[in-house]
Structure formats: structure tokens, C-alpha cells
Design a protein around this ligand. Structure first.
Ligand SMILES: CC(C)(COP(=O)(O)OP(=O)(O)OC[C@H]1O[C@@H](n2cnc3c(N)ncnc32)[C@H](O)[C@@H]1OP(=O)(O)O)[C@@H](O)C(=O)NCCC(=O)NCCS
Length: 189
């Protein structure tokens, strides 16, 4: 059971992270299919470590992390993933978009919807100027997600990641506030 709704979307709500959600988040970031393409989740993280991380969060410096909770369907009222603007550079108005969902809900458009509303919050409420994302090149779902959201491909960092025994490229995407037309422009495509 997560906290209050912070952002209302169409089929989902983005809710605050509460202490009782730590178990879900810890399960998600350790899930082999979720962590596969995320460098930051490369090392195992136990409950106590996750709790320390949760307690050290400074909302100004550490950005925004929200749980994604569907209104209807099999997972109604339960968290299915997380979206994040982290890290945030307030001085420059930059943030990075992070997103993951439990594998059983992949392919239903939840990442598109949750990210579109969080990006909108970032530009309209936090006053961000630029949001970036850096998926691994073999991560087709994440690359499609960036492109669907209107991110511009800005370059490739060669051999920056390491997955399945091989160095892999990281694709650099960026979206400027002036390029953003709101969540419905993405969701109505
Ligand atoms: C990436 C991820 C968040 C996408 O979540 P999702 O809810 O399945 O995404 P959506 O259903 O909103 O789909 C987003 C786009 O990806 C495409 N997509 C989804 N799964 C895909 C797959 N397995 N292969 C190729 N494309 C895929 C969708 O078709 C959609 O593109 P479209 O709008 O052009 O049709 C999810 O796969 C995930 O949690 N992966 C593990 C963690 C991760 O990689 N996070 C991103 C790190 S940068």
C-alpha cells in the first residue's frame, strides 16, 4: 500500500513512496529482468541497505521518485513500477529520467503514460529546462520509450556499459522544455 497520489494520470496514479513500499522497490531493483539493463542496479541491495537509501533521500537534491499504481485491472491499487527524475541539477535545470516496471506488466503502455506525466511535472512544476535519458543500446523497449516520448537522440557513448559479458553502447537522449507539448500529445499518438 503506497502513499497519497501526487500526480493523477489516465489509467494510473503516481504516488509517494512510503516506508511500507521499501519491500516492493527492493524486489523491483533486484529483479533479474529489471536490473539487466540498469547499471545502477548492478549490485544486490538488501532490505537494510534500501532502507538507509530511503532515509537519506533529500527531496531537493535527490529529485522525485514516485510509485506507479493502476486504478483498475489485476494490479489495481498495488504498485507495479517506479518513475524517477534523478539526479536533478537545480542550478542548471537538468534531470535524468529513470523508469522501471515489474515484467508482468510490460507492454501495456504504463511506462509511456507514467513518464509523460512525470516529464510534464518536471517541466511545468519544477521548472526544468532539460531532461535526459541514457538507455543501453540493446534495450529496445527503453529506446522505443524515449522516442515515443519525443526525446532527441544526441549521441552514443561507445562501450560504456557491460551486459552479458560484453561491452555495450549507451544511447544519449535529451528533451528540452521548449520541445515538450504535454502528456496528451504523447498519449494520443
Ligand atoms: C523499459 C520499460 C520501462 C518499458 O516499460 P513498458 O511499460 O513495457 O513500456 P510501454 O508499454 O509504455 O512501451 C514503451 C515503448 O516500448 C515498446 N516496447 C515495449 N516492450 C518492448 C520490447 N520488449 N521490445 C521492443 N519494444 C518494446 C512499446 O511498443 C512502446 O513503443 P511504441 O510506443 O513506439 O509502440 C520496461 O521494459 C522495463 O521496466 N525494463 C527494465 C528496466 C529498464 O530497462 N528501464 C529503462 C532503463 S533506461
Amino acid at each position: 500500500m503506497s502513499g497519497p497520489t501526487f500526480i493523477e494520470c489516465d489509467r494510473i496514479e503516481l504516488q509517494t513512496v512510503e516506508e511500507e513500499d521499501i519491500e516492493f522497490l527492493q524486489r523491483g531493483v533486484n529483479h533479474p529482468a529489471v536490473r539487466h539493463h540498469i547499471e545502477a542496479f548492478r549490485t544486490p541491495i538488501n532490505g537494510e541497505q534500501y532502507r538507509e537509501l530511503f532515509e537519506s533521500i533529500d527531496s531537493d537534491e535527490d529529485g522525485v521518485t514516485l510509485l506507479v499504481v493502476p486504478r483498475d485491472g489485476a494490479s489495481a491499487g498495488e504498485p507495479i513500477g517506479s518513475v524517477q527524475l534523478y539526479p536533478v541539477n537545480n542550478a542548471r535545470g537538468f534531470a535524468n529520467l529513470g523508469v522501471w516496471f515489474m515484467p508482468q506488466v510490460w507492454g501495456n503502455g504504463y511506462a509511456t503514460e507514467a513518464s509523460a506525466y512525470l516529464i510534464d511535472y518536471g517541466f511545468q512544476q519544477m521548472g526544468l529546462h532539460r531532461i535526459s535519458a541514457a538507455p543501453n543500446s540493446p534495450n529496445e523497449a527503453s529506446i522505443s520509450l524515449c522516442e515515443r516520448l519525443g526525446f532527441v537522440h544526441e549521441g552514443t557513448s561507445r562501450d560504456l556499459g557491460f551486459v552479458d559479458g560484453e561491452y555495450i553502447d549507451l544511447e544519449r537522449y535529451g528533451l528540452l522544455a521548449a520541445e515538450w507539448d504535454g502528456p496528451q500529445a504523447v498519449l494520443s499518438q
